[in-house]
Design a protein around this ligand. Structure first.
Ligand SMILES: [Zn+2]
Ligand SMILES: [Zn+2]
Ligand SMILES: [Zn+2]
Ligand SMILES: [Zn+2]
Length: 336
């Protein structure tokens, strides 16, 4: 019997003799033929099955630690190299065996919690990357026949629920922490987008010629989506329901998204978010005050003033028009 340590890059660095029984069985499930392992697992006690599942859970949940990550990656590489794991052969798996195969390949343990019982065919489709691994999504892949390089990579990417940069998903909604493309609806974590420089200034889509704005540049279709209106919509519809922690997190997202702004509005928003975070953290204002201030900023009618200022930067009026506090823009009504 060929062990994982033979030619698989050393695995966790421990020899077979030091492995616990659950560790050894997981390696065998990943390496040995389906019918052989189905027979072996069938004969295990429930207690042993539980410790095997606990071991897989710990491997996945501690994948940020070096040894666990190396072991998980070695197991996944071994699975990726197997050509015998087809729909037909996987149908012969014992249920626990299948759950462990899927959990190892996906690096996810939601299939093994016992709380939600997925159909065997769904588990097999997830394993074969033709169904989304997110148990709250389970879309058939690729979603909407998209042929972008992410959807056609055949690696289980789901454009409805996953970040195209890190391939992770969560249940977050009504938040600025995920940014989407206006055209193809592919998503990306705001933090991943900032890190990969996909969130950056670009030529303003609706503003005066020559001006810029912060945009999300979609990696699936290259379209640039404007971000100011997006965060404004999220805050306008959801901020009133946020508590202290959520408000801080969302303001921090806004601060990250608009950090690189070249334009007046984006810079103002970045400054505003930064100031509100400091005031909230030092308890100088309440969340509801902070919420009120940012909503007032978003709903400020000073676009006209800003655009005028951008078009006539040397105008003698500019000192008045340079409305530093958009919450006080009676000047706009006066001028218009
Ligand atoms: Zn796509
Ligand atoms: Zn999905
Ligand atoms: Zn991400
Ligand atoms: Zn797109």
């Amino acid at each position: 019997m060929r062990g994982l340590e033979d030619g698989d890059g050393g695995g966790g660095g421990r020899g077979r003799s030091q492995l616990s029984r659950p560790e050894r069985i997981v390696r065998e499930i990943v390496s040995e033929s389906v019918p052989v392992m189905a027979q072996i697992i069938q004969e295990l006690t429930q207690e042993m099955l539980n410790s095997i599942k606990d071991y897989v859970k710990s491997l996945v949940s501690m994948a940020d630690k070096k040894e666990e990550r190396e072991e998980l990656v070695t197991l996944q590489n071994r699975l990726n190299r197997r050509s015998d794991l087809t729909k037909e052969s996987l149908l012969k798996c014992q249920r626990n065996q299948l759950e462990i195969l899927v959990a190892v390949r996906m690096g996810l343990v939601s299939f093994m919690t016992g709380k939600l019982r997925l159909a065997t065919t769904e588990l097999i489709e997830m394993f074969l990357f033709v169904r989304c691994r997110n148990v709250n999504c389970k879309s058939i892949l690729p979603v909407e026949d998209c042929d972008c390089k992410f959807c056609s990579a055949d690696n289980g990417f789901c454009s409805s629920c996953m970040c195209a940069v890190c391939m992770k998903f969560d249940c977050a909604s009504n938040t600025c922490s995920w940014v989407g493309c206006d055209v193809c609806s592919h998503w990306c974590h705001a933090a991943c987008g900032v890190q990969k420089n996909l969130v950056r200034p670009g030529p303003s889509l609706k503003g005066p010629p020559g001006t810029s704005e912060i945009q999300f540049h979609c990696i699936a279709c290259n379209h640039a989506s404007e971000m100011f209106g997006f965060v404004k919509d999220v805050f306008t519809c959801c901020a009133k329901d946020w508590g202290f922690e959520t408000l801080l997190k969302e303001l921090d997202c806004v601060r990250k998204i608009f950090r690189g702004s070249d334009d007046f509005k984006g810079k103002e928003l970045h400054t505003k978010a930064d100031g509100l975070i400091s005031k909230l953290e030092s308890k100088l204002i309440s969340p509801s005050d902070a919420c009120h201030i940012i909503l007032k900023f978003f709903n400020c009618k000073c676009d006209w003033v800003i655009n005028f200022y951008l078009r006539h930067p040397l105008s003698i009026l500019c000192e008045n028009l340079f409305c530093r506090c958009p919450a006080h823009c009676s000047l706009v009504y006066f001028l218009s």
